[in-house]
Design a protein around this ligand. Structure first.
Ligand code: ADP
Ligand code: MG
Length: 591
């Protein structure tokens, strides 16, 4: 007798369940999605013991009649698609007709449902694929599905489940994704009888975000910038976190496509690029991105849990998202607000005064100066200062934002008065970002001028160094650097960008060769140019520890004002920290 036999349907369902139902959170996702497809406006999720004991989902959607209730738990049963043509352009969250059948094969289920036009409800119980009869019962319209003792007949799967807290974490994450994508739904999440979230349509998306992401000491929604763009049929809306609330991982990046949470490497890349230079290395932006596009422009049928999709025109999606986000970020003032100290209160004042901010100015300043200690070795200065640090009263021909007073401290920072307070500027970081922006603009407009050197500067070069330069001749051309061979192991620089006049050409070329020889092989031309511009700007910028004259400071403040986006240096560190006069007044109890 042969060894091969066809598995029975329940076994097939159990195996299929492994793909869709990994853990209690997958059940929550599938059932909430079903409620949304059933056009519910209110969904309540109740969880006991991390979903291991009970997952109960109640909606006020269209409900099912007795016949549909009996059919819904059969494999490949769906009301959402009928023909293969329907597969192109799926507008519902579900369509594979396998969630309920899968869940019913691995747990004890009780489902109660009532359609709007029916007078009574119906109920069915299924125990690990063992289906009972549909019987009438009483209930409000809509559907309730209760799942008990998930995987109880599959000890190997049950053992795989983590602690109740961990499983609850996964459930909360699924709930969060659905809550973000559906601000038009009233949603409640209950854990062991206690309400965790009650999200109301009336509160709006920003409030919802604040409730779902309680970051200590900041209100996340106050630090979100909104960007929107519509081109052809592709609509993008984003709530982008300011660099100030960046995270150490990308867990705070949520991308939704027509209400479906997705992961997509093109989109992640676009987000990363949009924040280029605005974040320190290793930091990730907070981004909530909502994309609307025709259902026929992508395929969702590429992954069992539909978390990945295939865009038919991924490049367009990438470029529109990058464009919309980047433009908005660059057009926004992203200066860091400074933190003011908590006042040491005496018994009597503490009762009267309102709570003040919890950070301390002394700590903030100490930390700031510790990190930005003047460079030990002062570099060759382009301009030399004659005055010492003091407060200046300067009148500008063209009034600037810094219209009255500034002061250089520790030869490294500039404190400047602004209309509504003052800013502390890291002189190196600011100058670096001004030069960087200037370089980028001139290269974009092909206006980077270079200067012929009166006497070409020659330098010795290794074989590999010469090869690296040769392989990147497009790059040096673009920068306006002219190099000619000058003997067997020697080269000469004949022309060098005027904007980098404060940099020793040979010094720069040596660093460039070093960089080109050790760069990441995967770096594309654009990123390579960007890295080199970063390097150039850093070298050309005035350094910490460098005394500046009044007119140099004035020039820098004026440049800052004319620049597009210099609140961060090209490495993503802040250039400017601002303090408002109203905060100071509060601190000094003037208000
Ligand atoms: P799919 O969602 O892929 O169609 P499911 O197995 O999740 O497959 O559900 C099967 C069918 O049961 C759905 O197509 C729908 O008709 C019905 N259904 C499931 N959940 C609900 C609900 N909460 N309200 C109304 N109908 C539902
Ligand atoms: Mg479904």
């Amino acid at each position: 007798m042969g060894q091969i036999a066809v598995l029975n349907q329940n076994m097939i369902n159990m195996i299929a369940a492994g793909e869709v139902i990994e853990r209690p959170a997958s059940v929550v996702k599938e059932l909430m999605e079903n409620s949304i497809d059933a056009v519910a406006t209110k969904i309540t999720v109740s969880i006991e013991d991390g979903g291991k004991k009970l997952i109960s989902i109640t909606d006020n959607g269209c409900g099912m009649n007795a016949e549909d209730l009996a059919q819904a738990f059969e494999p490949h049963s769906t009301s959402k698609i009928k023909t293969s043509a329907d597969l192109h352009g799926i507008s519902t969250l579900g369509f594979r007709g396998e969630a309920l059948a899968s869940i019913a094969s691995i747990a004890h289920i009780r489902a109660i449902s009532r359609t709007k036009d029916s007078t009574g409800a119906n109920c069915i119980e299924i125990d690990c694929g063992d289906k009972g009869n549909v019987s009438p019962c009483s209930a409000d319209y809509g559907t309730t599905i209760q799942i008990r003792d998930i995987f109880y007949k599959l000890p190997a799967r049950r053992k795989f489940l983590r602690t109740a807290n961990t499983e609850m974490g996964h459930i909360t994450e699924q709930f969060t994704r659905i809550a973000l994508a559906n601000e038009n739904l009233d949603l409640t999440l209950i854990k062991n009888g206690k309400e965790l979230y009650r999200l109301s349509v009336e509160d709006g998306l920003r409030r919802r975000i604040t409730e779902l992401f309680p970051i200590p000491s900041v209100d996340i929604s106050e630090n979100l910038i909104e960007a929107e763009s519509s081109e052809k049929e592709l609509h993008v809306k984003a709530l982008m976190g300011k660099p100030l609330i960046s995270r150490t991982n990308n867990r705070f990046q949520y991308v939704f496509l027509n209400g479906r949470f997705i992961r997509d490497k093109f989109i992640s890349h676009a987000i990363k690029e949009a924040y280029r230079g605005l974040l320190e290395p290793g930091r990730f932006p907070v981004v909530f991105l909502f994309i609307q596009m025709p259902f026929g422009d992508y395929d969702v049928n590429v992954h069992p849990t539909k978390i990945e999709v295939r865009f038919y025109n991924a490049n367009l999606v990438h470029s529109q998202i990058l464009g919309a986000l980047r433009e908005k970020l660059l057009g926004t003032n992203l200066e860091m607000p400074g933190k003011l100290p908590e006042i040491q209160r005496t018994e009597s004042t503490s009762r009267r005064s309102p709570p003040v901010r919890d950070s301390r100015i002394a700590d903030a300043m100490a930390e700031f100066f510790r990190k930005h200690r003047p460079a030990q070795k002062q570099q060759q200065l382009e301009f030399r200062s004659t005055t010492s640090s003091r407060v200046h009263a300067v009148s500008f021909e063209k009034p600037t934002q810094y219209d009255r007073k500034f002061l250089q401290i520790h030869d490294s920072f500039i404190v400047a008065q602004t209309e509504d307070g003052f800013v502390i500027i890291d002189q190196h970081a600011l100058h670096e970002s001004i030069i960087y922006e200037d370089l980028c603009r001139r290269i974009r407009e092909s206006k980077l001028q270079s200067q012929r050197l009166l006497i070409p500067e020659s330098f010795e070069i290794s074989v590999s160094g010469a090869e690296a330069l040769k392989a990147n001749s497009g790059l040096t051309d673009k920068l306006g650097i002219e190099l000619v061979p000058f003997g067997p192991k020697t080269m000469a620089i004949q022309a060098f960008p005027s904007l980098l006049s404060s940099v020793q050409p040979v010094d720069f070329i040596q660093d460039l060769i070093d960089f080109l020889e050790h760069k990441d092989a995967e770096l594309d031309a654009e990123s390579l140019l960007d890295e080199v511009l970063n390097m150039a700007a850093c070298k050309a910028a005035i350094k910490a520890g460098q005394k500046l004259t009044d007119s140099e400071i004035e020039q820098m403040l004026a440049d800052k004002q004319n620049a597009e986006s210099v609140s961060r240096c090209p490495h993503g560190r802040p250039t400017t920290i601002k303090f408002s006069i109203s905060d100071l007044e509060k601190q000094f109890k003037r208000t």
